[in-house]
Design a protein around this ligand. Structure first.
Ligand code: ADP
Ligand code: MG
Length: 319
């Protein structure tokens, strides 16, 4: 099994002045640092339980866990329809919806291409053109059949694989928020490797202030802030998961199912702010892939709140 490399960066800064000393808990899950910040003892206890929930979902949605559900789907769905849990079916339906809505800029059937490049893993490499051409035939999202009645998944093409890396952290962050709320937590910040979800407001009833990291700074500095409560702030960017060629040119871990190559984008980072964290995650990935002009069109069409930093340093806020 391939081991994922960890990227220790968080994309965000939290401004918590005026708050009493928080409880901050970290765990490495979902191949990144997951942090839950809470402000009282009961909430802290609930946060410790929440990490169990994250690892439960990680197991279901991972492409690499041989005991996991998505692993089984990817191995067997061409052979026969595979029955899945309600949670996996739900995220698959959402992933399909965003795939269609973004015309595949976010493509949940991108698995074989992600595996071929291996960016962010120990197996990262530059594939041959023939290999890429071969894999391009395996990325057709219309060849994934989700049966709502039976809750099954089938692939119409042999060798297809679903990859939820661009949506799972967002989806899970919302589930964690719902879990904490159900435990009576009124105020908390969940950060799953740059997928932030904030519950409630600060003590004085103010929104939380989140600083968005400038990717050109070496893990320091933020270029702007956003103010949010009960919402997700999800960032995709050219931070640390990339592959470099001999000339030092960097290629991102977000790939194009049209060209088969890492996307060439004029966006340095894009953050989407939404109550729907899974949507924010999928659209952040899609916007990064689309580049500035089309990303702006998409956000306007979907009425999404977004902050885009271009590679020449311009900060664009929508709406
Ligand atoms: P991160 O995982 O770094 O937070 P993203 O949410 O943007 O960033 O997701 C990137 C991940 O999504 C990749 O590691 C890969 O698993 C998957 N992926 C890569 N390209 C695409 C794409 N075009 N559509 C959907 N998922 C993608
Ligand atoms: Mg994403």
């Amino acid at each position: 099994m391939r081991k994922l490399l960890l990227s220790f960066f968080l994309f965000v800064f939290l401004f918590t002045s005026c708050e009493k000393k928080p409880y901050v808990e970290n765990e490495i899950l979902l191949s990144t640092i997951c942090t839950i910040t809470t402000y009282d003892k009961k909430a802290h206890e609930a946060s410790l339980e929440a990490f169990g929930l994250i690892s439960h979902y990680e197991k279901i949605f991972s492409r690499y866990d041989e005991q996991g559900e998505l692993y089984k789907v990817n191995r067997e769905a061409f052979l026969h329809p595979v029955k899945v849990s309600d949670e996996l079916f739900e995220i698959l339906e959402q992933a399909r919806m965003y795939t269609v809505a973004t015309s595949g800029a976010f493509n949940y059937a991108i698995g074989p291409l992600v595996s071929l490049w291996g960016i962010g893993t120990e197996a990262a490499r530059f594939p041959q053109q023939e290999e890429i051409l071969e894999v391009l035939g395996l990325l057709d999202w219309n060849a994934v059949v989700l049966d709502e009645e039976e809750k099954t998944v089938s692939f119409l093409v042999e060798g297809m694989e679903i990859d939820l890396g661009g949506i799972a952290k967002g989806w899970i962050s919302r589930r964690v928020a719902d879990f904490l709320s159900s435990k009576g937590v009124k105020k908390a910040i969940i950060n799953l490797g740059g997928n932030v979800y904030v519950i409630g407001k600060k003590s004085r009833g103010e929104d939380w202030t989140i600083g968005l990291q400038d990717p050109s700074f070496e893990r320091g500095g933020y270029f702007t802030t956003v103010h949010v409560s009960d919402a997700a702030v999800v960032t995709s960017g050219a931070y640390e998961r990339f592959i470099e060629d001999e000339d030092g040119k960097k290629y991102s871990h977000i790939l194009s199912s049209e060209t088969g190559y890492p996307v060439e984008t004029d966006i340095a980072s894009v953050s989407i702010i939404s109550e729907d964290a899974a949507k924010a995650d999928a659209y952040a990935t899609a916007c990064f892939a689309l580049g500035l002009e089309k990303a702006v069109e998409l956000c306007v069409a979907e009425d999404l709140e977004a902050v885009i930093l271009t590679d020449d340093g311009r900060c664009i806020r929508l709406p």
